[in-house]
Ligand binder design. Structure first.
Ligand SMILES: Nc1ncnc2c1ncn2[C@@H]1O[C@H](COP(=O)(O)OP(=O)(O)OP(=O)(O)O)[C@@H](O)[C@H]1O
Ligand SMILES: [Mg+2]
Length: 337
């Protein structure tokens, strides 16, 4: 395995299925401007907001090699910058007098760069996905990198203790502030050195375009599925179900012939399976209400009969979360939730 493989070094190209609507293009342009001005960019937002996809896309536009790190609670400093735990072995075989063989073996500690050092040294783009999963003290090595453009390598040979960061070095971070398990609070000192682009779920048109691009489903069908998932999201009152639910449903619909039909009992079961986990997190009153309302939302957004998908106004009226909350089954839900 060469160094590039061992350090997850790769080049990124714009993915053909990446959707760049005006909404996304605007974010991409701003991110590129910040990076070109020398500032790290941080995409922050709920699950499925497209943080990782955007980070990859923006990195591809920079047209230089990319180093990818996924935040991990088990990381120590060495996992980011490297250490001198490797040994270089040299052997000298002395056979000057033919009857005497002298062999001398020397082991010298040898510094090995890890991913951050590699990116700083050679001017690559660092994508640090979900950086708040690593402990804050581990991420401290990045503070001087982002401000003074200097990487401190305490265990390295004397002459290399401070590595000047290459001018092409760029850093893109992602984090999910709403995640409650397995993450640490980000240090103010670190986030103060980056420009944070706050993301939320994409607008409906972008979600429809992504659903189509990722599944090949027809536009009317993508529109119906996205509308349904957005209704569930509003109904459950959280970040989920996300765009991933739209993509899952769309791929399953394509697999089954490309038809969105509320009259199809299998389709209804698939919808429930895809969103059930989001329901199970709600309180009991919300769960009971939402279980009851799932059928209503499916009917409102998908209609019965293959090519008879309801129009936006019709669905909005029937599937309006406010209207659903006022239905008898949901009475008192808001108070309980
Ligand atoms: N602009 C886009 N074009 C095409 N696909 C996209 C786009 N944005 C997001 N997606 C797709 O939507 C899904 C969710 O996006 P992504 O993984 O980037 O979200 P995330 O915010 O990183 O979520 P998490 O916090 O769970 O990691 C993925 O399947 C991704 O490929
Ligand atoms: Mg992600």
């Amino acid at each position: 395995m060469n160094v590039a493989d061992s350090l997850s070094l790769f080049t990124l190209e714009k993915r053909p299925d990446f959707v760049e609507t005006d909404f996304i293009g605007d974010i991409v342009q701003r991110a590129l401007m910040y990076l070109r001005a020398g500032y790290p960019v941080h995409f922050s937002g709920p699950p499925g907001a497209g943080k990782t996809a955007l980070a990859m896309h923006v990195a591809a536009q920079l047209q230089q090699e990319v180093v990818l790190i996924h935040g991990d609670d088990g990381f120590g400093g060495a996992d980011l910058v490297g250490d001198s735990n490797a040994y270089r072995c040299t052997e000298v075989l002395d056979n000057y007098v033919h009857s005497v063989v002298k062999k001398e073996t020397r082991l010298v500690r040898h510094w090995v760069d890890n991913r951050v050092t590699w990116a700083c040294r050679h001017g690559y783009t660092l994508i640090y996905d979900e950086f708040t999963r690593s402990r804050p003290e581990t991420n401290n090595v990045l503070l001087p990198v982002l401000e003074e453009r200097l990487l401190a390598l305490p265990g390295a040979p004397q002459a290399e203790r401070y590595l000047p960061v290459h001018p092409n070095f760029a850093a893109i971070f992602t984090s999910n502030p709403e995640e409650y398990a397995g993450v640490h609070r980000s240090q103010d000192a670190l986030t103060d050195r980056m420009i944070t682009v706050q993301l939320d779920h994409h607008d409906a048109e972008t979600e429809i375009a992504i659903t189509q691009a990722k599944s090949g489903v027809g536009q009317a069908e993508a529109r119906a599925l996205v509308r349904m998932v957005r209704e569930f999201r509003a109904l459950f009152g959280g970040a989920r179900p996300t765009i991933r639910a739209c993509i899952m449903l769309a791929r399953l619909v394509v697999m089954r012939g490309g038809v969105v039909d509320a009259g199809d009992p299998i389709f209804r079961k698939i919808c429930r399976d895809v969103v059930n986990i989001d329901l199970s997190r709600g309180r009991q009153a919300l769960r009971t209400c939402a279980q009851d309302s799932i059928d209503h939302v499916i009917d409102a957004c998908c209609a019965h009969g293959a090519h008879d998908l309801p129009g936006d106004d019709e669905a909005a009226e029937a599937g309006d979360p406010q209207a659903l909350r006022q239905r008898p089954a949901c009475a008192g839900m808001e108070a309980a939730a």
